[in-house]
Design a protein around this ligand. Structure first.
Ligand code: 3PG
Ligand code: MN
Ligand code: MN
Length: 549
């Protein structure tokens, strides 16, 4: 079975390495209004779109395993689909289903949490929004409602403020009704309140070991109850906004809710803790802080309470992190990393810290170890607000890819340029435009090395972001305005499709791409296999490559 496909091998014989480039957050908007991509000076990409086969891929909703087509795509589901060549029901859908059927409450994990919490406090930590990328507020409401039904008396919520997967200053749209919901439920001896919180880019939700001090600040806030005190979360958001004018939700500092100067929800021995985020990347570090013993050395925890801890999902199946989880994650099998490894095809993966796990861990179906024949290279990311360095590490990633191509050691090379996404999330139009220009420059250099190696490049993205930097008015299609007449910044991903461009300069080779109705990210793995002359794995979606007869 693991052999070259005869029909394809003639094409493949002419082809050197295949390079897959993911331009994170590069969507194809219907309109230039508010698009940092349209505004960018990008000669390489302009030439690619004008002169090389290119099609649109679906990158959101059910095409990437989200519950509905109203759901935007994100890096996890996008890279899972790209790397696995297939679409799985993802965390958002699995948790929603498990709650809908009630299965979640029957499982041993919830039973253990409920038992511990009956004689202590249940703490729920996570991202308070309906972004459905890391979490969903409906899942949290179901947890609190079930806690009351099972006779748990005290629930404390530690709320990370979003503004990154939802509008940038929407915190009160979630916090006000949620505090009302908790107050209504808090009868008959039941007491559920928000106890602490802060902006998600300021505390707790770091990823890929980029900035542990963020997690330390979160620990001090949620566990030790240290931080500026307010009477409730609504007052905290209002107060922090007054104290820090112009700071958007995701960057708000930490807050602690207190009564008579005493924090109402520190985390103590015997308590139960549920991290209600389902996505792994930004959940792993805080989980380690709760689960690891005395050997934990990332920061001084001051005290490490002995708690019953559960994740909404298991965030890393290889490391078994966390040990207890309420819903089983998708069992992603037969990924392209594994398939190509079995075929003896050498693979190289590279990105900077912020997206390194995306092209390795997410790409390989949430697996933290390498397959045989894989080489990984991580370029350390800057630890600064990315609107101050919109070029990020695009030049260094290009350098590493060029060197890897020149080494002749790898048959498939993949990389992720983080810029369009990470700078897109800041809501800064000018910086996002520059971020795309940096990617264009890096891409131009990389493609020269692809030519020199006689290779082919597939250039794509995992979802949109920089393609819509302003909220667009549904009726006019033009940017919506703030009260002061400025454009309303948009920090979240978009629902737009992404490009797939097929690039090569191999003389005499005619290749094209098929634009099908359902073409999506999950078709890229089979397209890569076809370029190399291999059959795809039977589980994968079809190749989009067309060859001249
Ligand atoms: O975690 C984040 O930064 C955002 O919620 C989603 O962005 P990503 O899916 O591109 O990582
Ligand atoms: Mn992404
Ligand atoms: Mn993103």
């Amino acid at each position: 079975m693991l052999q070259k496909n005869q029909a394809l091998s003639q094409v493949a014989a002419a082809i050197g390495p295949v390079v897959v480039v993911v331009m994170d957050g590069y969507g194809l908007s219907k309109t230039d209004a508010g698009s940092a991509i349209a505004a960018a000076n990008k000669p390489t990409l302009d030439r690619l779109f004008a002169e090389h086969p290119n099609i649109r891929l679906r990158a959101h909703g059910t095409a990437v395993g989200m519950p509905s087509d109203e759901d935007m795509g994100n890096s996890e589901v996008g890279h899972n689909a790209l790397g696995a060549g297939q679409v799985y029901a993802q965390g958002a859908a699995l948790v929603a289903n498990s709650i809908a059927t009630g299965e979640i409450w029957q499982g041993q994990a919830w039973q253990e949490i409920a038992t511990a919490a009956k004689s202590a406090t249940l703490h729920c930590i996570g991202l308070l929004s309906d972004g459905n990328v890391h979490s969903h507020i409906d899942h949290l409401k179901a947890l609190v409602t079930q806690a009351k039904a099972e006779g748990i008396a005290t629930v404390r919520i530690h709320a990370l403020i979003d503004g990154r997967d939802v509008p940038e200053t929407s915190a009160l749209d979630y916090v006000v009704p949620f505090e009302a919901f908790l107050a209504e439920l808090s009868t008959d001896g039941f007491d559920a309140r928000i106890a602490s919180g802060g902006g998600r880019q300021s505390i707790t939700m770091d990823r890929y070991d980029a900035n542990w001090p963020m997690v330390e600040r979160g620990w001090k806030t949620h566990v030790l109850g240290q931080g500026p005190q307010f009477a409730n979360a609504t007052a905290a958001i209002e107060g922090l906004r007054q104290q820090h004018p112009g700071v958007i939700d995701q960057d708000l500092p930490e807050f602690v809710i207190a009564e008579n100067g005493q924090p109402i929800g520190t985390i103590e021995d015997g308590d139960a803790v549920v991290l209600f985020n389902f996505r792994g990347d930004r959940a792993i570090e805080i989980t380690r802080a709760f689960e690891e013993g005395a050997g934990f050395d990332k920061f001084d925890r001051v005290r490490a309470p002995r708690v019953s801890y559960a994740g909404m999902l298991q965030y890393d199946g290889d490391l078994k992190l966390p040990a207890r989880f309420l819903v089983a994650p998708p069992a992603i099998r037969n990924t392209s990393g594994e398939w190509f490894s079995r075929l003896g095809v050498t693979q190289f993966a590279c990105s900077e810290t912020q997206k390194f796990g995306h092209v390795t861990y997410f790409w390989n179906g949430n697996r933290s170890s390498k397959f045989e024949g894989e080489t990984y290279l991580e370029v350390p990311s800057d630890v600064v607000p990315f609107e101050q360095r919109p070029w990020m590490k695009s030049a260094e990633i290009a350098d590493a890819m060029i060197a890897a191509l020149q080494s002749g050691r790898h048959k498939i090379l993949r990389c992720n340029f983080a810029n369009g996404d990470m700078v897109g999330h800041t809501g800064n139009f000018h910086a996002a435009m520059m971020s795309i220009e940096a990617v264009d420059l890096a891409l131009g250099r990389l493609l020269k090395a692809v030519d020199a190696a006689g290779g082919v490049a597939l250039i794509t993205a995992d979802h949109g972001n920089a393609d819509e930097m302003y909220e667009l008015d549904k009726k006019t299609g033009q940017p919506s305005l703030n009260k002061d007449g400025s454009f309303k910044a948009k920090t979240a991903h978009t629902l737009n499709p992404v490009p797939l461009i097929l690039y090569h300069r191999i003389a005499g080779l005619q290749l094209g791409l098929k634009q099908t109705e359902t073409a999506g990210l999950s078709n890229v793995a089979a397209t890569t296999a076809a370029l190399l002359g291999y059959d795809k794995h039977a589980d994968w979606d079809e190749s989009l490559l067309s060859t001249a007869d």
